[in-house]
Design a protein around this ligand. Structure first.
Ligand SMILES: Nc1ncnc2c1ncn2[C@@H]1O[C@H](COP(=O)(O)OP(=O)(O)OP(=O)(O)O)[C@@H](O)[C@H]1O
Ligand SMILES: [Mg+2]
Length: 225
């Protein structure tokens, strides 16, 4: 089976001239559809940079990065947009809009380039919030939710568009052990049901067992753990 994410000798640097700082060095990794891969490694080792390149949020120039059969290295904006539309993102900070309810935050994602009616968007969003255990919190705003509940809203928001890939950058960082584990378990369960691929960056050794595979990024170089 072909890889849904296929990275071959990717190198990436910040800066230029004497200030050039190599961040990713000849990174090669292939990830299959439905696989859950955790990336760990020291602070500054390039994890977030790697995730943003895979997600079409940052341009790379050296090597090959094929995501959903699109080449992202030296790609034009249209290619990156096409890839981004098939990816769900979860960040360390939940990034929910404070003035919107949980339901509105999730359904917003479906407004872009979608053919659903508003009623269908709301129904699908309510279903997804119910799936993450927030069926009784649909009309709560972020401030009225706990940190763990907010992160579950973020998970619902990332999954509601039925993405092929979910990219998560330290999604449990602001959560205690129990809610962190719960959030990631829910993410895993929903992803397995729909064969969604997950690439998740974490420092959190307590959640490593949800992974199919753990890789370590150290000083810009990938190592299998
Ligand atoms: N926008 C930027 N401009 C210049 N250098 C950057 C930029 N973003 C990151 N870097 C540098 O690139 C290196 C890798 O950063 P990155 O954010 O990918 O690390 P990380 O592994 O995600 O770290 P952490 O675990 O602390 O989140 C760091 O040395 C950082 O200083
Ligand atoms: Mg980071």
């Amino acid at each position: 089976m072909t890889a849904i994410i296929d990275v071959d000798r990717l190198s990436f640097s910040f800066g230029s001239g004497v200030l050039v700082q190599p961040v990713l060095k000849d990174v090669t990794i292939a990830i299959r559809q439905g696989e859950i891969v955790l990336i760990t490694g020291p602070s500054g080792s390039g994890k977030t940079t790697f995730l943003t390149i895979i997600g079409g949020l940052r341009q790379a120039f050296h090597g090959s990065v094929k995501v959903l059969d699109q080449q992202l290295v030296n790609s034009d904006e249209q290619v990156k947009i096409k890839v981004r539309q098939q990816i769900g993102y979860i960040f360390q900070q939940h990034n929910l809009l404070k003035s919107l309810t949980a339901l509105q935050n999730v359904s917003m994602t479906l407004e872009m380039g979608n053919t659903l009616t508003e009623q269908q968007r709301l129904e699908r969003s309510a279903q997804m919030l119910t799936a993450v255990g927030l069926g009784d919190r649909l009309h709560y705003k972020p401030d009225q939710l706990s940190a763990g509940q907010r992160q579950r809203v973020s998970i619902a928001r990332a999954l509601v568009g039925q993405p092929k890939i979910v990219l998560a950058d330290e999604p449990t960082a602001s959560l205690d052990k129990q809610s962190g584990y719960e959030a990631v378990s829910i993410l895993k369960q929903l992803a397995k049901e729909s064969q969604t691929t997950i690439l998740l960056v974490t420092h959190d050794y307590r959640i490593l067992d949800v992974a199919d595979r753990v890789v370590e990024l150290e000083d810009g170089v990938i190592k299998a753990v």
